[in-house]
Design a protein around this ligand. Sequence first.
Ligand SMILES: Cc1cc2nc3c(=O)[nH]c(=O)nc-3n(C[C@H](O)[C@H](O)[C@H](O)COP(=O)(O)O)c2cc1C
Ligand code: SF4
Ligand code: SF4
Length: 426
Amino acid sequence: MADLRTTFAGIKSPNPFWLASAPPTDKEYNVVRAFKAGWGGVVWKTLGEDPPVVNVTSRYGAWHDGDRRVMGLNNIELITDRPLEVNLREIKQVKRDWADRALVVSLMVPCEENAWKKILPLVEDTGADGIELNFGCPHGMSERGMGAAVGQVPEYVEMVTRWCKQHTRMPVIVKLTPNISNILGPARAAKAGGADAVSLINTINSIMSVNLDVMAPEPVVDGKGTHGGYCGPAVKPIALNMVAEIARTADTRGMPISGIGGITTWRDAAEFIALGAGSVQVCTAAMVYGFKVVEEMIDGLANWMDEKGYKTLDDVRGLAVPNVTDWQYLNINHDLKARINQDKCIECGRCHIACEDTSHQAITKEKDGKRHFEVVDENCVGCNLCMIACPVPECITMESVSDHLPYANWTTHPNNPMRKMPTAAE
Ligand SMILES: Cc1cc2nc3c(=O)[nH]c(=O)nc-3n(C[C@H](O)[C@H](O)[C@H](O)COP(=O)(O)O)c2cc1C
Ligand code: SF4
Ligand code: SF4
């Protein structure tokens, strides 16, 4: 059986599945139940200074797909609204009772050295394994100069990280905001400040939807709404890209990464790990489906690793990173043609319409006076659109027809005015 034990930034856990800082990790009652269900670690709901913040009701909005699955969740919740002393007492107790699990404490206090200097020893005293700096919350706290207001300014990220490294022995994980044009800026700043690791992503600034009766953004709070933080399966592609950028860029490569964003199944987690994540964090899936989702994650990941012959997570971590490249290095000679499996086709015509209206008019719709869908190879540019539009799984597949052609890319293509000319030696 594959060994899922994880050491992340020096913090040990029996598996890489941690609950992200959010309502599932808000209190001892939740965290104990999560550990009983099998979670390898938690990042405690962000602590702040007393007096605690005050939350509003109507805090969440959601985007459902046609089967009422939550694809995206949006929240306007703030950090913990419980007194600091209560949280610290519970953290100490939980760490004492669950020594083998990772217990990281998320923190957000004003951007002043004294505020950090004051809270860090209190957290250290609980025996917690590490801290995560919440530089990501995009609503409410950012208006008070914290959260994303810090995370969006690399100089602040570096400065606060450095304070934390100076005033605590605990490992420091910097949680990055995706509300920025280039994730490498704050990631580099975290590294320069001495961070032991980064975690990403926090939530994405968003308006979930507009209630057209009330004429206000959802979630509506007594007739008004505000932008909130977006998460859940819909944000996974954004998170994967940001994780990959950090994992593949020369000066950030090798920084431990805790991958967060839309992780719902073991496969999502495996994708983050393949792109370089050393642990993964989950929020929305636990909020919608409960703590037991971790069972499928643990079993699924271990079974897949067994099937593939991977013994530990070190064997998987980062395997996909060398295959993430810039567009200009993609094989321009790689040619695909769509293939329709006539036995599976239900003759709905979606592929024809997609290709006819917006692609390359490469799918016929009738033969001998009957509905019949077939690809005309000369017109097909292998774009994948028909395969994506087809409602029947594996009815349309893409076949490579260029295996005999050599690799070539844009950097030397004759149409590229900036192309590299081959040297005499080449
Ligand atoms: C209701 C809610 C509250 C959250 N509160 C916090 C928080 O206090 N601190 C923090 O760092 N992130 C917070 N987050 C962000 C999550 O930790 C996580 O980064 C984000 O939800 C993406 O993961 P997911 O797609 O698995 O939900 C919150 C998310 C939600 C949905
Ligand atoms: S792959 Fe693109 S071009 Fe080819 S048939 Fe499908 S939609 Fe048309
Ligand atoms: S979309 Fe799929 S099922 Fe529908 S006609 Fe095309 S190949 Fe057949």
